[in-house]
Every structure is written in C-alpha cells, then in structure tokens.
Design a protein around this ligand. Structure first.
Ligand SMILES: *[C@@H]1O[C@H](CO)[C@@H](O)[C@H](O)[C@H]1NC(C)=O
Ligand SMILES: *[C@@H]1O[C@H](CO)[C@@H](O)[C@H](O)[C@H]1NC(C)=O
Length: 417
C-alpha cells in the first residue's frame, strides 16, 4: 500500500481539514467554495412568493393519531413525512384559500407503522393512501380537476410509493396507481426503476440534527483516517451468499480491504462514529438493502467526502447540489480498485471537494431542522415544486374526463382502511 501518498495527502490537506464544526450553525469563516449557477445560488433560493400550497385538513387518524400510537416515528429515517407536514402548517407559502393554490398537499403518515424493532411496515400504506385520496376527492373539487397532477405526496419509504421493502415485490407492485399523476417527494432514487417516476423530488433521509451537532469536534482536527465505513458487509440472515445484498458491493469492500491500513472499516458501530467521520477524508456510502441511508447526510454534515458506490443512484436535490463535484462516484464493478482510485485523486481535487463540502448551504439542504431554517431540506422541496410552475394547461381534465382507474392494482389494496 502506498502509505506515503496518504501521508502526503494528509499533510497537504491539513489546513483545509479544518472541518465542519458549526456546520449547522453555519459558516464561520472556514474556506468554502461555490459553483455559480448551482450550489449557493439555487440552494439559497427563497421559495416564499414563488408558490402557494394548500394543506388538506384530514381527520387525525391519517396523521396525528398514528404518531400518538408510536412516537418513534419522529426519529426514524423516514420522519420527513411528519416534519414536512408540521413545516407546511406554519409556512408562509401555505394558503388557506385552495382557489389560489399552486400545489395541494395531503398529510398522510403512511410510513408510521413500526415493528417492535422500529422497522416500518408498509402493508397498510396503499389502503391508507387510497382512503385519504378518496376523502379529498369527494370533499373538495381539486383532485378531480387534475386527478392529482397538482398534488404532491411525501412517500419516504424504502421503495417510495411502491410500498414494499423487498425490491422484487416493490417492482411487482409498481407505484400505487392513484399516485401516477401526482408529484412524489421520496428518498428512493434510482434511474430506470419502476419505483421512481419522472418529476419526483428526491430528498435526503431524516437524520436528527441536534444529535449530530452534539458531536462536533474542534474545526482544526486533522483528518487522519483515509477511508471510513461502519455498517453491514453481509446480511447473513437475509442473504447468506452475499451476492444480492448491496449487489455484492459491500462484500467486495470487505474482502478486498479488510486488512488494508488505509481502510478503517468494520461492522462495529462505535460511540465515536460521528467524531470518526470528522477525522476521515473519505466516507464510503455504498448501497444497502434500503437504497439510501443517513450515511450520505452524515458525510456531508461532517465534511467527509462521500464515496458513492451505488450505480444509477439519483441523489437528493440533484438539480441543485453538484454531487459530482463534492463526492466521488465509484462504479460497483470497480470496488476492487477502490484503493487505487482514491489514492490517485490529486490533493488539490480533494481540497476543492472539502471546500465545497464546507459550504454551509450544502449541509443545510441535507437537514430537516426544528424549527425550519432558510435553505434547509424543507425549503429545497418547495424550491423543487416552485421550479415546476406554472403547471401545463394539459394537466386539467375536460369535464367528465377520467384517466385514473380506481380499481387498478392488487385486490388487497382495494379493501377499506
Ligand atoms: C370526483 O369524482 C368521483 C368519481 O370519480 C366522484 O365520486 C366524486 O364525487 C367527485 N368529487 C366531487 C367533489 O365532485
Ligand atoms: C381498471 O382496472 C381493473 C383491474 O386491473 C380492470 O379490470 C379494469 O378493466 C380497468 N378499468 C378500465 C376502465 O380500464
């Protein structure tokens, strides 16, 4: 192993490893860099005045009651569906007059049904969603006007509106038919996949901002770890062969680099996890079972260059965040060369990525803070919706025209919720 290279990079980059402490407090004079027309400009757009959102008032069994039954829903990685609702209720973009609304939002917490271990069970989600749509379409005239084309829904589950955690089953189900015309706000992003349709807004998974903030270490701490990763390499329980889980990429990381001194990788989740990320140059972000995880968010917050190993991934707010410039993309097939790929990146390129990562607007866009702050993920969703305006005239159906089929999909989904 060419250790010297790592030492070299380490020394050269020392100054700029002045990491990210205060990231969420944002900007304290550390060197940052902008890319004009992208990071900065678009991320700092103020959506207020550019769109108006009408929030349907639904019976509390679709949202508040579900949450009361299980407050853990507020902290799991899909919690954005709840926080987005709360944000919109007090947002200046909200309008109480549906006649002037550009977008309609239906607050339904379809992901808040957790197993004792905290994993969301999406089996009732299609019926719950269908029931909510039935309700809004019979009580207000706006759904029928476009059959949902000016409505958006937050569907943060693994495979979003396909509502299943097994990919095979998710693909078989496809996106819930009634949502075909709506705009979906989801964490799942993979090109050419039936569970991602055009026009969807990809958001980061929810990661608790205060929890991360509590672990900031002094800004000048040098980054003495070259590559860092904590997580599963094999899912022995579900995939003993190791070829299916993460499409084999994680297994390949382990087999090739478990004894490599440049790679600090393990399945143990240490209490210093967040601190370690602030001491690392590169943080691996490989695919897992769920297509995305808070790992990417953590890397950005802690200024660790994300190494994205997930072919065809569509990253959060990719129309506003210059991921190619910030991160390193490694094809799944190239994992065995990860050491060469990363040690060959010139120090000035590493420094530039670190400066871009230090840009506070980049970190802000990854978070759903309470209360909301300018430029955060809530605002990026609104910016995304605003950029789709004005709606094309063709979304409005002619009187009597129907496109959606209310009886399409698995028979089980048609049962009342
Ligand atoms: C919308 O259309 C459905 C039939 O597709 C109908 O049952 C419902 O009453 C309509 N809603 C309104 C508000 O007219
Ligand atoms: C609606 O979907 C059901 C179930 O797939 C199908 O049997 C029916 O023919 C469809 N109706 C229309 C009008 O296409």
């Amino acid at each position: 192993m060419e250790i010297w290279k790592w030492v070299f990079v380490g020394i050269l980059c020392f100054a700029a490893f002045a990491s990210t402490a205060g990231a969420v407090k944002l900007g304290r004079g550390q060197p940052t860099e902008r890319i004009s027309g992208s990071a900065g400009d678009v991320l700092e757009d103020d959506p207020v005045g550019r769109l108006k959102v009408f929030v349907y008032e639904l019976p509390s069994k679709y949202n508040k009651k579900v949450l009361q039954k299980d407050p853990r829903c507020l902290t799991h990685m899909f919690a954005a569906e709840i926080f987005m609702h709360r944000f919109l209720l007090s947002s200046p973009v909200r309008t109480l007059n549906p006649e002037e609304a550009d977008w309609f939002y239906t607050p339904v917490y379809t992901t808040c049904d957790l197993t004792p271990n905290g994993l969301p069970l999406p089996f009732k989600s299609p019926r719950m969603m269908r029931s909510a749509i039935q309700l809004i379409s019979s009580n207000w005239p706006y759904w029928n006007r476009t059959e949902g084309a000016d409505h958006f829904f937050v569907v943060p589950h693994d495979f979003a509106a396909c509502f299943h955690y097994l990919e095979e089953k998710a693909i078989e189900r496809g996106i819930l038919h009634l949502l075909q015309r709506a705009t979906l706000v989801q964490t799942f992003g993979q090109r050419n996949h039936v569970c991602l349709k055009e026009g969807s807004i990809i958001v980061p998974p929810y990661a608790p901002p205060q929890k991360m903030q509590a672990h900031f270490i002094p800004e000048k701490t040098p980054r003495s770890i070259f590559v860092y990763f904590r997580g599963l390499f094999y899912d022995v329980g579900n995939d003993p062969e190791g070829g299916y889980y993460a499409r084999g990429a994680r297994a390949a990381v382990w087999e090739n680099f478990k004894d490599n001194p440049l790679f600090d990788i393990s399945t143990d989740h240490p209490t210093t996890y967040y601190e370690d990320m602030q001491r690392a140059v590169f943080c691996l972000c490989p695919l897992g079972w769920a297509p995305w995880s808070p790992r990417l968010v953590e890397a950005v917050i802690f200024g660790c260059i994300p190494v994205i190993i997930a072919d065809d991934i569509v990253l959060p707010f990719a129309d506003a965040i210059p991921w190619e410039e910030i991160g390193v993309f490694v094809d799944e097939k190239d994992v065995p060369n990860l050491d060469t790929i990363l040690t060959s990146i010139p120090p000035e390129v590493i420094l530039r990525k670190q400066r871009l990562l230090a840009n506070p607007s980049m970190k802000q866009a990854m978070l759903f803070p309470q209360p909301a702050q300018p430029g955060d993920a809530f605002h990026q969703v609104l910016n995304g919706l605003a950029r789709k305006l004005p709606h094309e005239k063709t979304i409005y159906l002619r009187p009597g025209e129907k496109i959606l089929n209310w009886t399409a999909g698995p028979v089980g989904d048609l049962k009342p919720w």
